[in-house]
Design a binder for this molecule. Sequence first.
Ligand SMILES: *Cc1c(COP(=O)(O)O)cnc(C)c1O
Length: 371
Amino acid sequence: MLLLIPGPVQTRPETRAAMAQDYAPWDNDFRAVYAEIRERVRDLAGGVKGEHATLCLQGCGHFMMEAAIRTFIPAGGKLLVPRNGAYAERAVRLATEAGREVVSLHAPDTEGVAPDKVAAALAADPGISHVVMVQNETGSGIVNDAQAVGAVVRAAGRRMILDSVSAFGALPMSLAEQPELDALLFTSGKCLEGLPGIGFAIARVDRLEACQGQAGSWSFDLADVYQHALRAGWGSFRFTPPVQALAAFRVALDLHAQEGGQPARLARYTANMHVLYEGVQTLGLTPYLALRHQGPIIVTIHQPADPAFALQPFVDALKARGVLISNFYNTTAPTMRIGCVGAITPEDMRGAVAAIGEALQELGVRQLAAA
Ligand SMILES: *Cc1c(COP(=O)(O)O)cnc(C)c1O
């Protein structure tokens, strides 16, 4: 089966093979694996030893988002969220339920956030301490420019938390050049092509020291994860970790490096995106985003207007041809969402485009233009 979803992504057999044994998390051999992973992802993010630390939680990206919001923004504190997609909406809910006050910057889900609008929103409200932004909006496929928005946050003397869950490993990042970032968040199961189960934050040590004790949650306190590492060592977890996923993740990092690191991964995903984007246009379908706003991670496509089209039967017909895509969508208009990430190639994408054409034919869909 070719898995074309934004995560958990298709992985390589070498990565999955590392899961096929038992591990004790406190065993000294395993502690070395975890400690090494923490240094390697910090280096991948362009972080600086002694200035940035890698903090992990067992679980998913939402847990990391909640943890970062709780850790770095005090209860009752104010954050600005550029709201141009489904994952930004999730950040709003996580922050609101944690008792932080969200100031909204509404924007269409068809283009990246304009940095000057962020600058204006910050200038209008000096009470906003943080901007919380999604780097790659998995709901639509747009990319928000983390460097350009980061620059206006820095100029305004505010802080930033970046949800890089569907971007890190493929899109460029240099924490050394973005001191406004309190935390960069990602998971094991997306562009780094590991198995799901581990959430990562790479955070500033000075901010972790300054923000002790304000999370209001022991489980989700990244400052506590940091203090624990100082006490118990960088190979130590507070609570039972997903040991198999960690062992697999180290192999995934090796494969990322062997491929040529972030630039090579971005190039492959971009090539995947182009095959898909242009292929479905050739079939007669309409991509949701204009090509100049289209990122390399996710392509969303308008559902055809033809009454013979329905999403679940289409997903089933595609699955019968060995291609699995999401059976839901997150855009304002009805779309289908197809991932360009994971251990997949442009050749796989050509096969997927052919399968999409066949599946539409099987359903008797003739009117392919957007509803
Ligand atoms: C996948 C994703 C998340 C987190 O999803 P989980 O299901 O909690 O792992 C958060 N933000 C973005 C942009 C994502 O793509």
